[in-house]
Design a protein around this ligand. Structure first.
Ligand code: BGC
Length: 490
């Protein structure tokens, strides 16, 4: 028996854990595979910065760096009532937001609907019907008298979209396990507006937005130090403000060089070429078996959708390739179901407060019908820690890359998403990685702080709709498709 102690500040505290020799080998292998040390983090960030630049260039690269036509931060004087529709990875949310007289304040009414699992791989028609059902229900409950044609809708569509105009967006490709035929390559606004019209709801999309852009704008509404909006959730991504003059791919539009333009990075696609990310064999399997192999390499290592699956594949590897090593003689058939375990399963393991990991034992019995021994529980805990830590440390690379690219020495980063808000130690682990990457002295206060964001896909969507209408009124028509369309909303 050999003892191992905690390796990271966020590892489990307490006594040394006794482990039998035969489990030490696999644990060391996992440690080797999943640990991203300081020099690797720096190497990743260096490559990341180049890839961000490449995405802005005419040739383009892996990272789409989508121009969003969000051209300003809010000044706190935005006003009016807006609808917001948020089609995230897991839920659908409809909100009505009134930006009120008091600077930076708002009222919100909202309803949340669970996106049925089957919709992810269903038909386009089913998707639009479902969205229309939810919106209709919301309107019927809250808007009997309202003049809908005058109610601008901010549509948060959190997938990579090419936007020539702010009220338009061609889906580049589905992410987050979605695989609905006939939507990729299409503008997603017309089918939504059409189905709403058919139901007697003449609602106009004033702005199609990404959740990261919404997060950036909503956070900056209450904190002017916010320079980046991030999502660490089912998927991962960030948005920031670029100067038009630093975006070669839109140089032909001759925009004022210092005009701010929000860029939706879509950096989940970072390193699709597999140049620098420390992929494990489990990451390879996830990619191979996903609906879009070769896409979203960075996302597949860091996002909530995949953390439980990485863990499941690692345990199966031991079961299948080291016969009798773990769960000997037990029925492991449940563990063979792809995507059975979500990130909350790992979060629960990491949160188990008991030294003998009784909650983890219960969780395994309940979910998988497996009763791990004490040493197996130790291995399980260490594996969860390694996967969660790798995700947090890699996540910090995206933020560090944007700061480096933009020469931002200090700022606030608004973050949202289930992994950021719920996964234990994610924030501390990410902050620790930022310190290592950006070389702050140990005594220095963190210069870049990732903090909980305001509601990006609700308030952010409303603010972006408000900002769009404000600038259209003032005669700034960049990225506006049809002035007549917008007029009905002014
Ligand atoms: C999508 C992004 C989104 C992110 C977080 C990714 O899969 O491509 O558009 O911002 O998930 O929701």
């Amino acid at each position: 028996m050999v003892g191992i102690g905690p390796k990271h500040p966020q590892s489990r505290k307490g006594s040394m854990h006794e482990l039998p020799q035969n489990l030490l080998g696999p644990i060391h292998d996992f440690e080797k595979a999943f640990t991203v040390d300081r020099s690797k983090l720096k190497e990743i960030v260096n490559h990341f910065v180049k890839e961000l630049e490449k995405g802005l260039s005419v040739e383009g690269g892996n990272i789409p760096m989508n121009v969003t036509w969000v051209l300003d931060f809010p000044d706190g004087h935005e006003r009016g009532t807006y609808l917001a529709l948020d089609m995230g990875g897991t839920n659908l949310r409809v909100c009505e937001i009134t930006l009120t007289e008091e600077k930076g304040a708002f009222d919100i009414t909202q309803s949340k609907y669970k996106m049925p699992e089957e919709l992810r791989t269903g038909t386009a028609e089913e998707l639009w019907e479902y969205i229309a059902d939810c919106l209709q229900q919301f309107i019927e409950a809250h808007h009997e008298e309202a003049n809908l044609a005058k109610l601008p809708l901010g549509f948060t569509f959190s997938y990579p979209a090419t936007q020539e105009y702010i009220d338009h967006g061609i889906l580049q490709r589905w992410t987050k396990g979605f695989d609905i035929d006939g939507v990729e390559g299409q503008d997603v606004v017309p089918p939504l507006e059409e189905i709403l019209k058919k139901r007697g709801l003449p609602i106009k999309v004033a702005a199609l937005i990404n959740d990261t852009t919404g997060t950036l704008i909503a956070s900056s509404y209450t904190d002017s130090a916010m320079k980046i909006g991030c999502i660490f959730g089912t998927g991962v991504n960030a948005a920031y403000m670029e100067n038009a003059g630093s975006i070669p791919k839109i140089a032909h539009m001759n925009l004022p060089a210092d005009m701010p333009v929000a860029i939706n990075c879509e950096y989940g696609a970072f390193d699709n070429e597999h140049v620098v990310l420390p992929l494990t064999k489990y990451d390879d399997i996830i990619d191979r078996d996903s609906p879009r192999p070769g896409q979203q390499a960075f996302e597949k290592m860091t996002a909530g959708l995949y953390l439980g699956e990485i863990f499941r594949l690692a345990l199966l590897d031991l079961i299948d390739n080291r016969a009798g090593l773990i769960f000997n003689g037990q029925d492991v058939s449940k563990l063979r179901k792809p995507y059975l375990l979500d990130a909350s399963f790992l979060a629960n393991i990491e949160e188990d407060p008991y030294e003998n990991l009784t909650e983890t034992l219960d969780l395994f019995e309940r979910t998988l019908n497996i009763r791990p021994t004490q040493p197996e529980l130790e291995l399980i805990r260490r594996l969860a820690e390694l996967i969660g830590t790798r995700a947090a440390r890699l996540s910090a690379c995206g933020v560090a890359a944007i700061c480096t690219k933009k020469n931002i020495d200090s700022c606030h980063v608004g973050a949202d998403g289930s992994v950021f808000t719920k996964y234990p130690h994610f924030k501390e682990r990410g902050a620790q990685a930022l310190r290592e990457i950006l070389d702050w002295a140990p005594t220095e206060k963190d210069k870049v702080s990732i903090m909980a964001a305001e509601d990006g896909s609700g308030v952010g969507a409303a603010l972006i709709a408000a900002l769009t209408l404000k600038r259209v009124k003032a005669g700034n028509l960049y990225g506006v498709r049809n002035m007549d369309d917008m007029k009905t909303l002014l």
